[in-house]
Design a protein around this ligand. Structure first.
Ligand SMILES: [Zn+2]
Length: 442
């Protein structure tokens, strides 16, 4: 009998210079390794000890890197990446009604969604996003593209009162959503939920039905809500109520609900959100670009509300770089709270990782490098000029843009980006198709 137990065979060992798990505190591990088996994290252990304890099939040494949870882009419209830069410098209503909706009516089909979604996923993986939420037409196609690429995704099916490129009525959109939800029930990496577009495009009856079905299926709801002051004032004029109050009465504001934007909030709205258990998805760059308003993120966090971050679509951002987004979220959070200590670096990182995962209802699966969770991780090279000298890791990651330094990405332990190169998507082919769409659309 051997005097010591034999080393345990595992799938993967990643040995970076630093690990930032983003769990319950801001702890950083030096000279430790992340041990992964069957796609899940089974240990974080000092590298010298890990060599004795484990025999990995694959051992990756990243001596200049930090390993952290993959970023979670909790709101976007991925295929709209093909409309990046199509119409800029316009207010939301004019941008939507005069440019985006007419272009979508003319051009959106399954091929548009396939090509636009692949372009979006490629951009997100290369900038450190391992999970994203989508709300766009032909959700069957975007779910399939996400599944094939290996990324984690929440697909919300768009529901509007008027006909869309993929559903003639809201009932048809709901029925297709239910079928897609059932199809992906056994695939933990893809969740499917309801995407009622906004209070001003969905009727009471449809909202009520979505609330009931969401509770029955335990399926998430994502809705644009309080995006602008104009939305709120028009709603008060038309319905006599603030949009969040109306949706609350219709049974739509629940712990399964993700409220996107939330820029025009009073104390009563925040209390209602806090009591309901609904989460908020903050999209600072889209709000800035469309001059929509400010989301009071520090006030929401102080009220115990879960806040995630999203880029929104590339047509109103115009990129899908969540490192850029968390940088902006930290800066705008200070401005809106009138305090330089509001939304500190760790809070910004937390919103972009574990906050986003909890908002999407998948905090038990991903969002931090904790034992038992999926290995959804990214490595960032820290020897760039702008990373030196290094005093505080969280500050460095938030206040100096880092997305170009993302070298490697794993989802469920599978490597999707290796030394800056996509492993499951053909970058040249994606670029070729994006250029072909621009020639057609312009
Ligand atoms: Zn949006």
């Amino acid at each position: 009998m051997p005097s010591h137990p034999l080393p345990q065979a595992v799938e993967l060992m990643i040995s970076p210079a630093k690990i930032l798990p983003v769990g319950s505190d801001a702890r950083v591990f030096n000279n430790c390794s992340l041990i992964v088996d069957k796609g899940k994290i089974i240990a974080i252990s000092p590298t010298a000890q890990a060599h004795k304890t484990y025999t990995p099939q694959d051992h990756i040494i990243l001596s200049e890197h930090v390993l952290m949870p993959g970023l979670i882009n909790a709101h976007g419209h991925s295929a709209m990446t093909l409309l990046r830069g199509y119409a800029d410098d316009l207010p939301l209503t004019q941008w939507l009604q005069e440019y985006i909706w007419p272009a979508e009516n003319r051009w959106v089909n399954e091929h548009f969604v396939q090509d636009g979604t692949e372009l979006a996923i490629a951009e997100m993986l290369k900038s450190g996003t391992t999970c994203y939420s989508d709300m766009y037409f032909y959700p069957e196609t975007s779910a399939q593209v996400a599944h094939t690429s290996g990324i984690r995704a929440q697909i919300t099916c768009p529901i509007l009162d008027f006909p869309t490129p993929c559903a003639r009525t809201p009932d048809e959109a709901i029925n297709k959503c239910l079928a897609l939800h059932d199809r992906y029930l056994d695939i933990g990496r893809i969740t499917v939920g309801f995407g009622p577009h906004a209070p001003y495009t969905v009727s009471d009856e449809i909202f009520e039905r979505i609330g009931i079905l969401s509770a029955e299926r335990q399926a998430p709801i994502q809705v644009h809500l309080h995006e602008t002051a104009q939305e709120v004032s028009e709603a008060i004029r038309n319905t006599g109520e603030r949009p969040i109050s109306r949706l609350h009465k219709l049974g739509v504001i629940t712990p399964l609900t993700q409220c996107v934007h939330m820029t025009t909030l009073n104390d009563h709205d925040i209390e209602r959100l806090s009591l309901s258990g609904a989460s908020v998805i903050h999209c600072p760059e889209s709000n800035l670009k469309l001059a929509s308003g400010l989301c009071p993120t520090q006030q929401l966090l102080d009220a115990g509300i879960t806040v995630g971050l999203g880029t929104d679509g590339a047509a109103s951002n115009n990129d899908l770089d969540l490192f850029g987004e968390l940088h902006t979220a930290a800066l705008i959070g200070k401005l809106s709270a009138n305090s330089a200590s509001a939304i500190n670096a760790y809070q910004a990182l937390h919103m972009a990782t574990l906050g986003g995962a909890k908002a999407l209802g998948i905090g038990h699966l991903t969002g931090s490098l904790d034992i038992g969770k999926a290995c959804d991780a990214i490595a960032i090279k820290l020897d760039d000029l702008s990373s030196l000298p290094l005093y505080n890791l969280a500050s460095q990651l938030v206040y100096t843009h880092q997305s170009r330094q993302v070298s490697d990405v794993w989802v469920e332990g599978k490597r999707l980006l290796q030394d800056g190169k996509l492993c499951t998507l053909n970058e040249d082919n994606i670029k070729h198709r994006a250029k072909a769409w621009a020639t057609k659309i312009s």
